[in-house]
Write a protein that binds this ligand. Structure first.
Ligand code: HEC
Length: 194
């Protein structure tokens, strides 16, 4: 049976260790909506390499590759005001130039395009929760039921995320038929200069 002193010491050590762990992680310190642009950039500069490492650590084809791709948004953005969920979209070389046209003219992305969207939540206490990397791969006719796209994902432990591409992902993405079923980042966060 542990003495009260031992218990107290154990608690103190646990607190110290957990503090070190959170310092080694990236912490926003406050809700995402309260972060200035500079604070968001600093946070993302800390977070991005850790996400790249996490999604790639089991050698997933896209999770291990997307860290070399170009970003299609200027900074992580939260599409919903209250969700606290932040997204950052990367596109491989095959599709990048087409993607950043953010076209609505019905044109199609080239076969071989792969789009990977990082996804993390900033909780109201400023802690970060990593979500899955969501992926769309343009396969063309072989994926005719889902607009030519194959939907997939990787979890932050590097393992494959099981997705219902047709019933869940495409069920929502089919709302954008003139954009080759792409939703695009919010307009003021889009990369410009194409
Ligand atoms: C409820 C609607 C909805 C569902 C369900 C959904 N998405 Fe999306 N997705 C969007 C919207 C809207 C965007 C664009 C804005 C953004 O990035 O959130 C998007 C963006 C994306 C992008 C970046 C390319 C683009 O469209 O501009 C990828 C990759 C993606 N989603 C993959 C997936 C995958 C994989 C699933 C299923 C696991 C999924 N999505 C489910 C609505 C949805």
């Amino acid at each position: 049976m542990k003495s009260p002193l031992t218990l107290l010491l154990t608690m103190l050590i646990a607190m110290l260790v957990s503090h070190q762990v959170s310092a080694a992680k990236c912490v926003a310190g406050k809700a995402g909506a309260e972060l200035s642009a500079e604070e968001m950039t600093a946070l993302y500069n800390c977070l991005h390499p850790k996400l790249v490492q996490a999604y790639g650590k089991k050698g997933h084809e896209v999770g291990a590759a997307y860290g070399d791709w170009q970003a299609a948004s200027l900074r992580p953005v939260a599409p919903g005001v209250h969700s606290g969920q932040y997204l950052m979209t990367y596109v491989n070389d095959t599709g990048y130039a087409d993607y950043i046209r953010f076209s609505s003219d019905g044109s199609q992305m080239p076969v071989g395009t792969v789009i990977a969207k990082e996804n993390f939540t900033i909780r109201s206490n400023g802690k970060i929760k990593r979500g899955p990397l969501l992926i769309m791969t343009k396969a063309g006719d072989t994926a005719g039921e889902t607009g030519g796209w194959i939907y997939s994902g990787v979890k932050p432990n590097g393992k494959v995320l099981k997705v219902d591409g047709k019933g869940f992902c495409h069920a929502c993405h089919q709302a954008y038929p003139t954009q080759d079923f792409l939703g695009y980042p919010v307009p003021d966060a889009r990369v410009t200069g194409n």
